[in-house]
Design a protein around this ligand. Structure first.
Ligand code: ADP
Length: 416
């Protein structure tokens, strides 16, 4: 028997159900996580300067400081702190605007010398608010400065937003690279594309003679990228101006655009923007699909099908009729799912006993006319159904969906 447990392939320590429901972010083209395996590698500095560099390339950019417990974006951008942000008539938070960037951070609410002392559930609550309730308007890029590490908060966050991909920041020391690798694996487990690796504080450029000195072993990030088959986006030198600029709300990309570091950021932003444009937009792009009206139906992209395509990457979803959802996979396979069969195959802890895999849902209790109300994407790795019987806790990973398709197909063959 196949293991259809959606938690089977999750990262160690991952929470089984996102406590923040997956939100669609309308009007935002690309959502980028900037993450690191540990704190202090310059992740927030990279987030701010990368945001400004993407803006210099003509993008409309927002910056979400998801480091609820240690927000540093307000200081780095020189944002007002300790003030309640304004809200719109429909109760959305208006982000601060600074140097053309839209930004929101917990530090804006609490003041930077008043660190937020919050328990886990509160962190989740604030993240949910920041993701779902900020009036971003139209953006080309939303950069999310992730909390450092790879614990539950990070994984829940990665599952809660439709990420285009993640940029991993590391410093060149071996230990930091090892930790970055762990962070990277966590994202991969959630089917979040790794957009590339940034090596920060890689070499020291002497402000007097302009000579480069490698403080740490050279090329660690590049070697690791090669080894793991991910893109090396570039290296940022160690630069004292980055520190003072960060402390005084004067990010180097805006203040010293001709410096080596600022130009390194712009070069990284250029590669990143190209990568994002080249991403298959069909690989389960974000959607919140109303099944009854077929409003916001996701894409169905036959041209994405390739003989060597991935068997677990859907490139199309379609409502064939009121009772049938069709899925097109990148390897060319098409599957028609009866929606009641999908309801019966709900993998959530209410329907399947978590430890033993024993079914808890009595098929007789599922009405013949059960149907989805909405189907929405959860990150890049799953879809979530809200059913007309009130059930909405099932997260169907794409792997689970493909396994179901194969099981149903095998059953049809057996029955013939
Ligand atoms: P993180 O978000 O990973 O905790 P920060 O962005 O807060 O790290 O950076 C930590 C410290 O390192 C800050 O003082 C910052 O100014 C400094 N820093 C970041 N990048 C560089 C760099 N390339 N050169 C010199 N200092 C840097």
């Amino acid at each position: 028997m196949q293991n259809n447990d959606p938690h089977h392939d999750r990262a160690p320590g991952a929470v089984s159900q996102p406590s923040v429901s997956p939100e669609k972010l309308p009007g935002i083209r690309h959502v980028i996580a900037v993450a690191s395996g540990k704190g202090g590698v310059g992740k927030s500095t990279v987030s701010v300067n990368l945001a400004l560099a993407l803006q210099q390339l003509g993008g409309r950019v927002g910056l979400l400081d998801a480091d609820i417990l240690g927000p540093s974006i307000p200081v780095m951008l020189g944002l007002p702190t300790g003030q309640r942000p304004e809200t719109t008539a429909d109760q959305k938070i208006v982000p601060a605007e600074r140097r053309g960037l839209k930004a929101i951070s917990m530090g804006m609410l609490t003041g930077d010398d008043n660190p937020a002392i919050l328990r886990g559930p509160m962190v989740g609550k604030y993240l949910k608010m920041f993701i779902g309730s900020v009036h971003w308007g139209q953006l080309d890029y939303l950069i999310i400065d992730f909390p450092p590490g790879t614990g539950d908060t990070q994984l829940t966050l990665a599952q809660s937003v439709p990420l285009s991909g993640a940029v991993i920041v590391t410093t060149p020391q071996d230990v930091s690279l090892k930790i970055a690798r762990r962070g990277l694996r966590a994202f991969e487990t959630l089917n979040v594309a790794i957009l590339g690796l940034v090596e920060n504080m890689s070499s020291f450029t002497c402000p007097h003679c302009g000579e480069d000195t490698d403080i740490f072993r050279r090329g660690g990030g590049e070697r690791m990228s090669l080894e793991l088959g991910i893109r090396f986006l570039g290296a940022i030198p160690l630069d004292a101006d980055i520190v003072t600029g960060g402390d005084e709300g004067r990010p180097i990309v805006a203040e010293k655009p001709n410096s080596v570091a600022a130009q390194a950021y712009v070069a990284i932003a250029t590669v990143l923007a190209d990568r994002l444009e080249a991403l298959p937009t069909t690989a389960l792009g974000a959607f919140a699909w109303n099944w009854e009206t077929n409003e916001e139906e996701p894409a169905w992209v036959e041209s994405a099908v390739q003989p060597m395509g991935s068997p677990t990457t859907p490139v199309g979803f379609r409502r064939r009729d009121a009772r049938t959802m069709s899925v097109l996979w990148e390897d060319g396979r098409r599957d028609d799912f009866d929606v009641r069969d999908l309801r019966l195959a709900c993998p959530c802890a209410l329907c399947v006993e978590e430890m033993s895999g024993r079914p808890l849902l009595d098929p007789k209790s599922v009405l013949p006319d059960v149907a989805p109300q909405t189907i929405s994407s959860a990150g890049n790795y799953a879809i979530v159904f809200r059913w007309n019987d009130g059930h909405s806790t099932g997260i169907y990973t794409v792997k689970h969906l493909r396994a179901l398709a194969e099981r149903f197909a095998a059953k049809v063959v057996d029955d013939v």
